[in-house]
Write a protein that binds this ligand. Sequence first.
Ligand code: SF4
Ligand code: SF4
Length: 685
Amino acid sequence: MLGGFLVIGGLGVVIGVGLALASKIFYVYVDPKIEAVEDALPGANCGGCGYPGCSANAVAIVGGKSSPASCVAGGPDVAAQIAEVLGVEITLKEPDISRPGCYYGVQDADVKYLYQGINDCRAAALLDGGAKICPIGCLGLGTCVRACPFDALSMGPDNLPVVDTERCTGCGTCERLCPKHIITLTSTSERMIGEYVTDECTAPCQRDCPTGINIPAFIQEIRNNNYESALAIIKEKCPLPLICGYICPAPCELACRRNLVDEAIAINPLKRFVSDYEMQTGKHLTPFKAPGSGQKIAIVGGGAEGLTLSYYLARLSYHPTIFEAKPQLGGILRYVIAEDRLPRKVLDHEIEGILETGVEARTNMRMGHDFDLQSLFEEGFDVIALTKGGFDSRQILKPDPSGYDASVPSVFTMLDFIYSLSKGKNIRESRRVVIIHSGLEGLELARKCRDMGAQKVTIVSSLKAHELPIELQDAKRLTAEGIIVRPSTIVTSLRGISRRLVRVAIEETDPIGELPEETMTIRADTLILAAGRLPEFVFVRSEEAEGLEPGEIAWETIESFRTFPGGNDGICTPPEPGRISDSSAVVKSLLSGRRLTRAIHRYLTDGTIPPIQHLVCEADAVLDVREVHDVSPSERERPDILDVTGDSKRAWIFPSEYPGLNEASAKKEAERCLRCGLICYRKQK
Ligand code: SF4
Ligand code: SF4
């Protein structure tokens, strides 16, 4: 008996010691932070963070591979808890919300066949892409609704998914499952800086609007009496809607599908109607502002482009400060466009609205005189954006009589340069000169620079070699003169130290092979722009410069916008400095200001500015219709012009006399809109 107890007791001791040893030998350390982070995560295992579940994300967060704010389902509260566990600070990001991008259910769209198969969109899509003729249309079988882990989706009466924005966590399950890719995660910020791409559902008017306003959406809000919502939609893309209501040439109306029935929708008067509505309230709509980092951005130039940039940067919670040389903001809008066309009270109202978003303005401040790049960086600005726009076309202002008007160190427009030479200045200090030009004037200037002591002059031209004047094709002779010509080449960025330009980066536009590494940058101390208006440069501090003297700051420009290489041939190419916006109309400079916002935001948040793939450009063929059916003609609403002349152009030439649409007319006009998609539209069955 005693023996039995001893055996069992002994066995117990041996096993206990063995287990204790095994637990020491096979011990796996679990970082208590991982457990704490996992406890903070909601346990939804939705995959919205990009990891297979909450445990995997907890490991990744503690390992620094995933952001403390990566849990989309948990939102800001969970992010704050995790940040506390890790002892770090986080920058909150505006949540992305699911947004279906199709507006016509199967019963309202043109179809190829009747589908009676399995009740799953993925199965239906296998049959020739689905029943709809539109290749990107919603198939209406609710796969996304059943998949949503948060019950945030339902099918609406028109067989389209409807999002409960309170419940949607932005996990992305619906986006991943939709076989037609019509559901995307988006936010107000993303829409503000976004561009239309060829494979999304857009209306013809929307694609042709220079600023990209979602026209059918804002007209729909007018139909629903939601004037503030209509204005909020407009201001996602256009910060000066009332000004546009007066001066925009309205290319959207030329593209309006309603022209195929009778007359275009009065899109611009409708835009002006909701903007007038805001002005009559005496207040400005309080715009949505995304959480942000509050970094300081200096904007040089307070015209339409600078104002636009400042508005969107403020809405992304940066701190923009405009530096304007003139006593008041507005640029061409204030100092060139006649008051008959644009009443100054309208301009002042719009500018006040922009300043109210948190934009600081310093007027009577000239770059190169009252401040420069160095002083702005010293003042703590993280980015400096140059939006000198239209004035630098030099068609309006005379050059600075005191000599070179080089507001950017060592960068001159050709007219300024020639003017300065005519005043007896010389360029002794310019040893290496780069001239952006494609004509004989550029060659003449290059020779002049050589005569005055420049050791090397490089002419950069976006034209192909055979398109250049014959004199510029004689490389051998020009090289002997110390002049290098680089055809099919663009300048992509500048690099300098304090008040000196040191390098110009170039890139081939039509590469046959890779450029040798050493030709990607050219040492230069003078750049002469002879290719139109001054481009929208964005300056940031450069970390790469060596041998800085104490107090010196190195800077470089970033390439703020370009289409994807080998892509479009439309308005956006060639991607040449100076062609960023093609600001032939003020409204186009609004687009340019928005694009600069995207570039600066991407640069500050991601460190890179990815090119936009499948951007809608003029040359792109986007799916459209050539005729419309089942739409009854109805006359376009016109404003009551008291001084009836019978000449509709009078309203255009003297818009301050043009009273705009009244509420009843605006609503009637909004009813005429066909609410177009790529090929669908409202039919009267
Ligand atoms: S609607 Fe989409 S993104 Fe939103 S919670 Fe549901 S599945 Fe996730
Ligand atoms: S009918 Fe409406 S949605 Fe269609 S193109 Fe004209 S304004 Fe745009």
